[in-house]
Design a protein around this ligand. Sequence first.
Ligand code: SAM
Length: 345
Amino acid sequence: MFLNTKNHQIQGSQRAQQKRWQIEYLVNPKQLLEIGFSDGSDVVQSLKRTPKSIPMHYRYDDRGSQLFEQICDVPEYYLTRTETAILQECASEIVLMTGACELVELGSGNAVKTRILLDAYQQLGSLMRYLPIDISAGILESSGLALLDDYPSLQIQGLVSTFEMGLLQLAPSSLPTRMICFIGSTLGGLNRQESDVLLTQVATALQPGEYFLLGLDLHKSKHLLEAAYNDSQGVNAQFNFNILHHLNQKFQGNFDATKFDHRVFYNESLQQMQIYLQSLQKQTIQLDSLELNIELELDELILTALARKFELNSIQQKLQSFGLRSLQIWTDPNQWYGLLLSQRQ
Ligand SMILES: C[S@@+](CC[C@H](N)C(=O)[O-])C[C@H]1O[C@@H](n2cnc3c(N)ncnc32)[C@H](O)[C@@H]1O
């Protein structure tokens, strides 16, 4: 059941265009209290645990989404450039292989890379409907409206939601073929258990014969990885500090970002980047609306994000274990990044 539906008024456009654009808000604070998400219970649990952490989705308020866009442009952050180049090479092939009529995108963000696929579908394919799902309402609204202008025959149904709730909400498509797309290596931000839950949901949302396109950052040298998450302009650091502003605003908190440092570490045995905020002093933090007091020691670390890195063989096997058979893999000349197309069996 949708909790709230809003059809946007698009100034100066025709009624036909309004019909092509719909956005649904699953993240309605009152209802979310009932289902236990974003009422802050996840923050309370993760900050009371040892070691402390903050759930990764708090990185993405509107300011966080803007900062993520800036990260994509810093020289050290090779991920976006590399995935873009791969998509430019293989988009036509993907369109011809899948013939998808409906594209569901998890964590669509600004949808800039999605445009490469949409252009190829517009030229060669039969895509009729695009369903972006993202927790960040602002970026979903702005990117959806921009796409509406640029793809005149596309219906767009945005869903402001978590991945899990969005996938649960997804009805079987009335159109012949669906492809779910999850690019930007966003899967790497989920821990192993969350990732398994998500892959189960993806497999359930697809009919046999339908497609899953997954973009992943691959395991590589510690030096390159740590530089990508700790750029010299400090944009990654601002993105990390913004979590504290977001929590302050959402839960009437008193985090002071100047009392923290941005720390990153590539854990080679677990093949994951670990991103932390380190307390520069002993301090007490209050989050009033959660009635939460947290004591932080000097140098204590709060884990704010994981970015897991992958090996192509093991991710193929993983997908296969969820009934997603690998059809094709595209990568770059350095083998830094992989794009995997699989098919629901
Ligand atoms: C790494 S960015 C990738 C954006 C875009 N796909 C790209 O490749 O540039 C992750 C996106 O997923 C969204 N996101 C993060 N966690 C989410 C969650 N739990 N549920 C829904 N969206 C989420 C963020 O708002 C953000 O737009």
